[in-house]
Design a protein around this ligand. Structure first.
Ligand SMILES: [Zn+2]
Length: 241
């Protein structure tokens, strides 16, 4: 019996690192999501690798042309210019490469309900996030990260917790125990848990998650009966009765 869902997501432009972990992310039939930003940094082979990941069943979503904080940028230039210069060209660039982004992740988690309304005209799902509760609670104690599976078809915004276990070549981030407790809650209560990470690497100058932790997360979810799904799978998910 499967209960709950894990939405494992990877942000930014680390396409070579994601592609190198292709076998890792599709272990046990897992599907994950890649939110792509900074298209100008991507090469032709990078786009080919993104198409391979999409062909494996993973979701390719948008993360902005220049990785701008939506709330800050809209305050600066207004919503029309933000959509015109940051969102539309990101979508067009991905579509021109044969990708079909339907979801969007907010860079830096910068959002508001009004911005959600604005972007819901373009995207079926939005992903916010913050690494961990700022008030010292455990991930599993923060209802903001969890959505009942039965409500997923009608929920537009999913809020992710941090799954990276390193930055600037040093370990940091949420502990295995904190992530496992969150996964157990998702299984126990038939809820969806969303996590975000960046490069998949043994070490990296940016935020990174090790291949071993990705494998561990997928294996723990599988053992608990929690499905690993992508954002494009959210409309089809049905909770077992
Ligand atoms: Zn980002």
């Amino acid at each position: 019996m499967t209960r709950g869902a894990l939405l494992l997501t990877f942000d930014d432009f680390f396409v070579p690192e994601w592609a190198a972990a292709r076998e890792v992310v599709r272990a046990h039939g897992a599907r994950v999501t890649f939110f792509v930003s900074d298209l100008g940094r991507l090469s032709r082979p990078d786009f080919s690798k993104l198409r391979d990941l999409a062909a494996d069943g993973h979701t390719i979503g948008a993360h902005g042309l220049h990785h701008l904080d939506a709330a800050e940028e809209i305050a600066r230039v207004g919503p029309e210019a933000y959509v015109r210069d940051e969102i539309a060209p990101c979508l067009a660039g991905l579509r021109a490469e044969g990708l079909a982004p339907r979801s969007f992740a907010y860079p830096f988690g910068g959002r508001s309900p009004a911005i959600d309304e604005l972007l819901a005209r373009t995207f079926t799902r939005l992903r916010g996030g913050y690494s961990a509760p700022s008030d010292g609670r455990q991930l599993a104690e923060d209802d903001g990260y969890f959505i009942p599976v039965s409500e997923l078809p009608s929920r537009r915004l999913l809020t992710a917790a941090g799954a990276d276990n390193g930055r600037d070549f040093r370990p940091c981030g949420n502990s295995d125990a904190a992530l496992l407790a969150a996964l157990r809650r998702a299984a126990d209560r038939d809820e969806a848990l969303t996590l975000y990470a960046h490069a998949i690497a043994e070490a990296h100058e940016n935020n990174y998650i090790t291949p071993a932790r990705v494998t561990w997360l997928i294996e723990q979810a599988t053992e608990l009966g929690v499905r690993c799904i992508g954002f494009d799978d959210l409309d089809e998910i049905i909770s077992p009765s």
